[in-house]
Design a protein around this ligand. Structure first.
Ligand SMILES: Cc1cc2nc3c(=O)[nH]c(=O)nc-3n(C[C@H](O)[C@H](O)[C@H](O)COP(=O)(O)OP(=O)(O)OC[C@H]3O[C@@H](n4cnc5c(N)ncnc54)[C@H](O)[C@@H]3O)c2cc1C
Length: 390
């Protein structure tokens, strides 16, 4: 039995597979093919994506489904395959620029819930299995309340748990790759569910196999995190050290989480209702990793302008440079721009939608910044957000 809902001009469709097959066999194409065998998963059409992103811009998805179980995710993938629809996997929408024309195929929002702590410990670590659709910050709060250390500095990062391995999210001295034990994925190559150990994920700075060599191949279903029960918070990052300056006792995990959220809010890097500076995709550019020679050249260019390049801990053969510093010293100060799109008044690295912005306007500003930074500093800035539908 198939039921057709019409609501606000949006077609909502739910049907049993057998009925769909009969319709297709009869050549009936007056509605989109009905697909789902046994789940009450709705296939919706022409769904605006802007409200599902933190940037709040971009066009609609041709088709849209939410997968709340592994089975639903598999069915959605089968639907996109059998209908030759390009598939885009959506998490919390906090690292995206969606094209004004939207996405021409199926958008699958992975909404698998659940935070489960395994019984016992492995090598003194508590293990948490977390559904990809859980809010990342809800999981961090859960871990902190359970006195488990390892993700407290990543408090306040928006988005889903499933989004965190993709670019190996990091902030305030921690990266998620330090605590990921394994990632359960659906392999679109052969339809199998597999478990990838940390090493197999190929984590480096803002990078993993999920956004490089194997981009588009895996759908993340669950992530297992190994946290240190009763561990101390990591207070290595300068902003955090300043926050706790003068304190005689070590802050606990909950205090560290609150400090990180407080610092993030001051920078527009926490989603706060009514703050126009957080209508963004967070940092728009990655901190460039450059060679020692390039770094020396950059230092000379800075010195010629009477400036000092802020330093980051050195890597072996390369150096990390602050993208925010490069942007700010290329004529794009905080608050830059007086149209729909500009730079956050709190952080030079965030391009913000001031209301009514288009993706094209964002890309125009992005290109302007990249060009100026390269002209002045000889460094190419690489965008951090994922471009969808361009
Ligand atoms: C205010 C603000 C502050 C931010 N601060 C930080 C920060 O400090 N550090 C940092 O690293 N990032 C930061 N970000 C960026 C962003 O929050 C993270 O990258 C986040 O992990 C993205 O997760 P998401 O669920 O929102 O993914 P989405 O934006 O929905 O998707 C991003 C990419 O991941 C893929 N993806 C998402 N879910 C899955 C899945 N289940 N399976 C396979 N692929 C998937 C998508 O296809 C897409 O390619 C910030 C963003 C904002 C808006």
């Amino acid at each position: 039995m198939s039921v057709l809902f019409l609501s606000l001009g949006v077609t909502l469709l739910y049907a049993e597979f057998a009925v769909a097959e009969r319709q297709v066999a009869r050549g009936r194409h007056d509605c989109p093919p009905c697909i789902f065998k046994s789940t009450p998963m709705l296939l919706r059409e022409n769904i605006p994506l802007a409200p599902l992103t933190t940037f709040r811009l971009g066009g609609p998805a041709r088709f849209f489904v939410e997968g709340r179980t592994v089975g639903e995710v598999q069915e959605a993938v089968a639907f996109s395959n059998s209908n030759n629809l390009p598939l885009f996997v959506l998490g919390g929408g906090s690292n995206l620029v969606v094209a004004d024309s939207g996405w021409p195929g199926l958008v699958l929002k992975v909404a698998i819930p659940g935070i489960e702590r395994r019984s016992g410990e492995i090598d003194g670590k508590a293990l948490f299995d977390v559904g990809a659709g859980e809010s990342w910050d809800r999981f961090v709060s859960h871990a902190v309340m359970a006195y488990c250390a390892g993700v407290e500095c990543l408090s306040g990062i928006p988005g889903s748990v499933g989004g965190t391995p993709v670019q190996n999210v990091g902030a305030y001295g921690q990266e998620v790759s330090e605590t990921i034990e394994s990632v359960e994925v659906l392999d679109r190559k052969d339809g199998q569910v597999r478990e990838l150990c940390r090493e197999a994920c190929g984590f480096t700075y803002r990078s993993s196999i999920f956004n490089t060599t194997e981009r588009g191949r895996f759908i993340i279903l669950r992530v297992a995190y190994a946290l240190t029960r009763g561990g101390a918070p990591r207070i290595r990052y300068a902003d955090l050290q300043r926050h706790f300056e003068g304190r005689e006792t070590l802050p606990n995990l909950a205090e560290t989480r609150e400090a990180v959220r407080h610092i993030r809010a001051l920078k527009g890097m926490l989603i706060v209702d009514g703050d126009p500076d957080c209508r963004s995709a967070g940092s728009f550019f990655k901190n460039p990793i450059i060679s020692r020679e390039q770094h020396e050249d950059l230092q000379k260019r800075a010195a010629a302008k009477g400036l000092t390049l802020p330093s980051y801990p050195a890597l072996e053969k390369s150096k990390k440079v602050s993208a925010a510093w490069l942007v700010e010293h290329s004529g794009f100060a905080r608050g830059y721009g007086d149209s729909h799109v500009g730079i956050s008044s709190k952080h030079a690295l965030a391009i913000v939608n001031r209301g009514g912005a288009t993706a094209d306007e964002v890309l125009a500003l992005k290109e302007q910044i990249q060009q100026r930074v390269e002209e002045i500093w000889g460094v190419q800035l690489e965008p951090e957000p994922v471009m969808v539908g361009f």
